[in-house]
Design a binder for this molecule. Structure first.
Ligand code: PXP
Length: 238
């Protein structure tokens, strides 16, 4: 059976836009769990543009499913991760200027820091997932690095419009998922998945979990709008 890890970063993005307390990503997490999410993902970025360290501390205490912490490999963030002890750590490339994570980790060259962080997280008995592009080399290198899981980057697939190109990307992701499975790696997928493009990716048997954020938070804003306005109209007495 497939499972869904809901990424609530953008609830925090909305909160940070006013620098206040609302909307609270922790409340969103509780509702996501009520809705059937089997995990929650947050990305603690170096620039703290959305999720804050305090969110992580509270989340770790209240979460009933599984906390997946997405993160880069900077010393500061690794230290926080080892203190909070999420259920899973997903290592991602992180650049300050990017709007969102751009592509998977570059595993084409030796990366001693990545190796070191995997080992530190493992010493803390926390499983490690690597966010990678869906290609055979990245899968084999993830396996060699001792990752427990991979998260296949579906962003390229999500951007494709042409039917043939979409089909090629689906094949590429399916091939990568099959190889990862053969190497006994757990297989997750995410980035850019939405209510229109999830269907084809869902048909790939080897993928166990999807990590989806922007589409769900965007949909929540819209499906909740009518009720939110109705409540305010009632208060105004209109
Ligand atoms: N997986 C990873 C590694 C990500 O960086 C992100 C974006 O934070 C997601 C999944 C979720 O992507 P989206 O918000 O497009 O659903």
């Amino acid at each position: 059976m497939k499972s869904l890890s809901v990424n609530v970063d953008h609830v925090a993005t909305l909160r940070q836009a006013r620098g206040g307390l609302e909307p609270d990503p922790v409340a969103a997490v509780l509702l996501a769990e009520l809705g059937g999410a089997s995990g929650i993902t947050v990305h603690l970025r170096e620039d703290r543009r959305h999720i804050q360290e305090r969110d992580l501390e509270v989340l770790k205490r209240v979460i009933k499913t599984k906390l997946n912490l997405e993160m880069g490999v900077s010393e500061e963030i690794v230290k926080i991760a080892l203190k909070i002890r999420p259920d899973v750590v997903t290592l991602v490339p992180e650049q300050r200027e990017e709007l969102t994570t751009q592509g998977g980790l570059d595993l084409s060259r030796d990366n001693p820091r990545l190796k070191e962080v995997i080992s530190l997280v493992h010493q803390a008995k926390i499983p490690v997932s690597l966010f990678i592009n869906p290609d055979p080399n990245s899968i084999k290198r993830s396996h060699r690095l001792g990752a427990d899981m991979v998260e296949l980057h579906t962003g390229i697939y999500a951007e494709k419009q042409d039917v043939m190109e979409v089909a090629t990307e689906v094949e590429r992701i399916a091939g990568a998922a099959a190889l990862a499975r053969k190497l006994a790696l757990g297989v997750n997928a995410g980035h850019g998945l939405n209510y229109h493009n999830i269907h084809k990716i869902c048909l790939i048997e080897d993928i166990e979990e999807f990590s989806i954020g922007h589409a769900i938070v965007s949909r929540a804003c819209l499906v909740g709008m009518k009720e939110a306005v109705r409540e305010m109209v009632e208060l105004i007495g209109g």
